[in-house]
Design a protein around this ligand. Structure first.
Ligand SMILES: *Cc1c(COP(=O)(O)O)cnc(C)c1O
Length: 414
């Protein structure tokens, strides 16, 4: 049957052999999945999710029971006071943008303590010139790099003692960088340090790709506000678009007034019929994330076996659903990505090409043969065309499709 799919015996034997050695790793993931499922089911029960939540609103979107219930469900799952979960957010980047503009005012200082933020935020912040950036409104920005994949605690301390910082941004997942993603323990430690120096600094976390991979979320260890995309983890592959912001009530209010308009805030925003999909997505999220993490572990094991550098290694603790393969070869990155596209459900006959993308500095290649455009909780692989030619592999709605996608990709590089 593998042959019918164009998978050779060499590749299927290799992948199956590697899979046999992952029983212990998969067991650990299963435990996390069960505990996170308890969180989700509990939130559904507590907030009395009912069939009437599936009703839609149109126009202004007043009195949308489903939308308001979804926001309570999300805040309970994420252990936060409040949440804004909206289809009016175009993407995770848009929600991050709304969050920055909601929290910062002219002359305020924004500090990143996890190095340069995600590519799409460069024009938002003004790292790259744009007439609508935070910088164009007189909002200042500075950054402190990570050292050895951890926060530079000494420099952060010194900086906060000599500068008046309004918002600190922490990006957990690596984005298109070469560093490791940041664990919840490290987040907890640095938040403690910051709050000891000044409890009024707003700590904002870019939580993209990290939700429900561990047992705790940043808002449970002291972060004031956090942001993520619904076409990643918490959409469970079912949400057609949108993003969430979760955190302190008064900060969520500010974000709502920025997303819509001052005075109407969260009271408006029609759900346009997607409430059921958002609920089904968050319900499935623990197990979909589990499939994605297991696929990532398998990819890591197999590519390491083939002699490539991988990050993280198959037996390392997982912080997000992203698996890096450091190809150090432009052609290998392109071919592997093409293979992932060939193994996808949709547009499997498309030959992906590197191209310019809005918001990104380098050309990017992306395999996303997905039901939802650009969804990276679905089987996907992407990377900027720059040294050291790293593939960022994510997702798969089920482990089996992830494994098959990997096999198709291997056919193109072996
Ligand atoms: C994906 C991602 C974003 C942006 O999310 P989009 O939904 O693609 O706009 C921001 N930060 C990190 C770390 C990401 O991985």
């Amino acid at each position: 049957m593998y042959k019918e799919l164009g998978i050779s015996e060499e590749v299927s034997n290799l992948v199956n052999k590697c899979e046999d050695e992952l029983t212990e790793e998969f067991k650990k993931i299963d435990k996390i999945t069960e505990l996170n499922s308890i969180k989700v089911l509990n939130a559904f029960h507590k907030n009395n999710v009912s069939e009437s939540c599936f009703n839609e609103t149109t126009g202004y979107g007043y009195n949308d029971l489903g939308r308001d219930t979804i926001e309570k469900v999300f805040s309970d799952i994420l252990g936060s006071e409040d949440a804004l979960v909206r289809n009016q957010f175009i993407s995770g980047s848009h929600a991050l943008n709304v969050c920055f503009f909601a929290l910062l005012r002219p002359n305020d200082l924004l500090l990143s303590i996890s190095g340069t933020p995600y590519d799409t935020l460069h024009e938002v912040i003004g790292i790259k010139e744009n007439n609508s950036s935070l910088k164009s409104y007189g909002i200042k920005y500075d950054e402190i790099d990570l050292v050895n994949n951890d926060f530079d605690y000494e420099r952060i301390k010194e900086y906060l003692n000599t500068n008046k910082v309004k918002v600190i941004e922490i990006q957990r997942s690596k984005g298109y960088s070469t560093r490791k993603s940041i664990s919840i323990d490290k987040i907890e430690k640095v938040i403690k340090l910051i709050k000891e120096i000044n409890k009024d600094i707003i700590i904002m976390v870019d939580n993209c790709y990290c939700e429900l991979v561990s047992l705790k979320e940043p808002t449970e260890v002291g972060a004031d506000i956090m942001v993520g995309s619904l076409i990643k983890n918490l959409g469970g592959g079912i949400a057609p678009n949108g993003a969430y912001i979760a955190g302190k009530k008064e900060l969520i209010e500010l974000c709502a007034e920025r997303l819509t308009l001052p005075g109407e805030g969260r009271e408006v925003g029609p759900s346009l019929g997607i409430n059921k999909q958002l609920l089904q997505g968050i319900y499935l999220a623990p197990s979909v994330i589990s499939s994605a993490v297991k696929t990532a572990i398998l990819v890591s094991k197999v590519l390491e076996e083939l002699g490539y550098d991988v990050e993280p290694k198959y037996n390392e603790e997982r912080v997000d659903i992203v698996q890096n393969i450091i190809f150090r070869d432009r052609n290998k990155l392109i071919e592997f990505t093409r293979g992932v596209q060939q193994g996808s459900a949709i547009d499997s006959n498309a030959v992906v090409e590197p191209s310019d993308m809005p918001g990104y500095d380098d050309q990017v290649i992306m395999a996303s043969g997905s039901f939802t455009q650009g969804s990276s909780i679905e089987l996907s692989c992407d990377g900027p065309l720059r040294e050291p030619y790293i593939a960022y592999f994510q997702g798969s709605l089920t482990y089996d499709y992830g494994k098959l996608g990997l096999m198709k990709a291997l056919e193109r590089i072996i």
